[in-house]
Design a protein around this ligand. Structure first.
Ligand code: ZN
Length: 241
């Protein structure tokens, strides 16, 4: 089975299109999304539609919950709250129903998905360090799992009782060692690389690769400005932070 895995699209249609186009040549059997389909960007409806038409299996992120009124906006900083309010007003009832029904976690028995951490998924904890990765790995029931939320891609792998971190690239899986993959963000990377991040997992070949796709971000910035969303949300796309 070949999986294409995305996360944190954040209503960025140009980045999503670039990633779907890159995945087009990958012979992917299943498209997974680790949450935050919407929030921040100006294209929530087209992004949800595009993902659904590609048969995505998704879990909910905190921004998806905010967009359907399931998350208090005081959880967010000023810009994120403004974007959540804007998104609430621009989603149709069809997309809201879809987002509202997304589960907190998902598994097919081979891989699993959650937005923040398997530790209290509804609290949307961030896996930023070894301690948080350990908590998440201890609750991970499949050899491989995918998360998002931090917008910083990389691999946490068990090795001789320790947790190791590997930077984005290609890794080969080792039997008996669980691997937790942060796939990074399609629509708002925060690791200093403005290109959209995505992941390909070949379960037969036992390899996982985190890749990047360039997209016309000036167009995305223009749409954010035209929509009257906070300028910061447009500007940060160019820096990847
Ligand atoms: Zn996010």
């Amino acid at each position: 089975m070949r999986y294409g895995i995305l996360s944190d699209i954040h209503s960025n249609l140009e980045a999503l299109e670039a990633v779907l186009s890159a995945l087009g040549s990958e012979r992917v059997d299943r498209l997974l999304c680790a949450g935050d389909l919407v929030g921040y960007g100006a294209d929530p409806v087209p992004c949800v539609k595009r993902l659904r038409s590609n048969g995505v299996v998704a879990v909910c992120g905190n921004h998806d919950w905010a967009a359907v009124g399931r998350m208090p906006l005081d959880w967010f900083n000023e810009q994120a709250a403004a974007a959540a309010r804007w998104t609430q007003g621009h989603l149709t009832s069809e997309e809201k129903a879809f987002l509202n029904e997304l589960p907190l976690a998902w598994t097919d028995g081979q891989v699993s998905l959650v937005h923040g951490s398997f530790c209290e998924p509804a609290e949307f904890h961030y896996v930023m360090d070894f301690q948080e990765a350990r908590l998440c790995l201890d609750l991970q029931k499949t050899p491989v799992a995918f998360i998002g939320h931090t917008h910083v891609p990389g691999f946490f792998q068990e090795e001789a009782g320790q947790v190791r971190f590997a930077r984005p690239g290609r890794i080969t899986l080792q039997q008996g060692r669980r691997t937790l993959v942060n796939v990074g963000s399609v629509g708002q990377p925060r690791d200093g690389d403005p290109r959209a991040a995505y992941c390909v997992y070949d379960s037969e070949g036992g390899s996982i690769e985190i890749r990047r796709a360039a997209y016309p971000l000036e167009r995305t910035q223009e749409k954010i400005r035209m929509a009257g969303l906070p300028e910061f949300l447009a500007a940060r796309l160019a820096t990847g932070y």
